[in-house]
Design a protein around this ligand. Structure first.
Ligand SMILES: NC(=O)c1ccc[n+]([C@@H]2O[C@H](COP(=O)([O-])OP(=O)(O)OC[C@H]3O[C@@H](n4cnc5c(N)ncnc54)[C@H](OP(=O)(O)O)[C@@H]3O)[C@@H](O)[C@H]2O)c1
Length: 307
């Protein structure tokens, strides 16, 4: 048997408890990983609270955790390119708050020795989301992209991927996160009343070509449509009501972008240009505290649990 952290009922962070589970055996196309670190995402706490229960039912007890870093301990039939002992990171839908997890091999990447376990665990979800959104939004080199919630886990990586593609980024964030955005090459602006004018003043030539909402606040959606000139040029990953304004929700239900996302992140890392700030690192046993911190919001980078 092996340990995991699960919830057996929906509720507050206190419903997270250690459980014993069988060490899982990898099926075809899967690898088993001894987890060293697991990234904490807003999805984890939204599944735990029951907020998503109607749209996204889970079997209880449920082990959250959709991104990990660790060592391969077994590979399933048909897996090539990975062997026991390999240091890797990867994305999944659940099961990461555990000592052992199964991942689909095509969502796994090799971890360079120079990349820490915690940083590697902070990478898969944000990288896949950033690569997917930038590609599907069709934003091009030389254009200006407005990113809402730019200092969070996804925003931090999305703006670095955008800068690497030659895109100018204007990012909304709390004042406390503005220096962080400047260090990553984005132009920070504050949320709220007068946002459109502040963004126009910050953007080169006053032009905004595309916008991504990762904050889910809601008030930025009409402003983004006004600035870009069309709801087609705006996408949200955080606001399921944005369709009321004709804005698409990008949820990653179709093609997955792990491979090219990892290549983009590791190219930046090799160039010494990848920043994966960790808002907080806690032991796995303190998963409930990690959820409380995530609920407070205003994160700068990711929360990571170590195993
Ligand atoms: N659709 C997808 O494929 C997908 C994938 C990953 C994540 N997501 C979703 O995308 C959103 C962002 O994810 P994330 O991992 O980047 O989250 P996160 O790390 O918690 O960051 C969210 C950011 O939102 C900002 N924010 C804006 N208004 C806020 C408010 N009223 N309260 C608290 N924070 C506020 C915070 O920074 P400031 O203090 O600077 O405002 C924070 O940096 C979440 O809703 C998540 O569920 C969707």
């Amino acid at each position: 048997m092996t340990k995991a952290i699960a919830f057996a009922q929906y509720g507050d962070p206190e419903v997270l408890h250690p459980i014993d589970v069988e060490v899982p055996e990898p099926g075809p196309g899967q690898v088993r990983i001894a987890v060293r670190a697991v990234g904490v995402n807003p999805l984890d706490r939204r599944l735990r609270s029951g907020e998503l229960a109607e749209r996204f039912a889970v079997d209880l007890p449920f082990v959250p955790g959709c991104e990990v870093a660790g060592t391969v301990t077994a590979v399933g039939e048909g897996v090539t390119g990975f062997a026991p002992g390999d240091e890797v990171f990867g994305g999944t839908m659940s099961g990461g708050y555990a000592e052992h997890v199964l991942l689909a091999a095509d969502s796994v990447g090799h971890k360079p020795a120079s990349l820490g376990w915690e940083e590697a665990a902070a990478l898969p979800t944000a990288a896949e989301t950033a690569e997917r959104v930038l590609t599907e939004l069709g934003v091009r080199a030389g254009e200006t992209l407005l990113v809402h919630g730019a200092a969070g886990g996804v925003g931090t990586l999305l703006l670095q991927f955008a800068r690497a593609r030659g895109i100018t980024v204007v990012g909304t964030a709390s004042e406390a996160n503005h220096d962080h955005l400047r260090e990553l090459g984005a132009i920070p602006v504050t949320y709220g009343e007068g946002l459109a004018d502040r963004v126009r003043a910050a953007a080169p030539g006053g032009a905004v070509h595309r916008a991504v909402d990762a904050s889910g606040r809601g008030d930025e959606i009409p402003v983004s449509i006004e600035l870009t000139g069309s709801a087609d040029r705006v996408v949200t990953i955080a606001n399921t009501a944005a369709h009321e304004h004709g804005v698409r929700f990008n949820g990653g239900n179709g093609e997955r972008y792990h491979r090219q996302a990892y290549a983009a992140a590791l190219a930046l890392h090799e160039a010494g240009a990848l920043s994966l700030p960790l808002h907080r690192v806690l032991p796995l046993a303190e998963a409930a505290q990690a959820h409380r911190i995530s609920e407070q919001g205003h994160l700068r980078g990711k929360i990571v649990l170590t195993v």
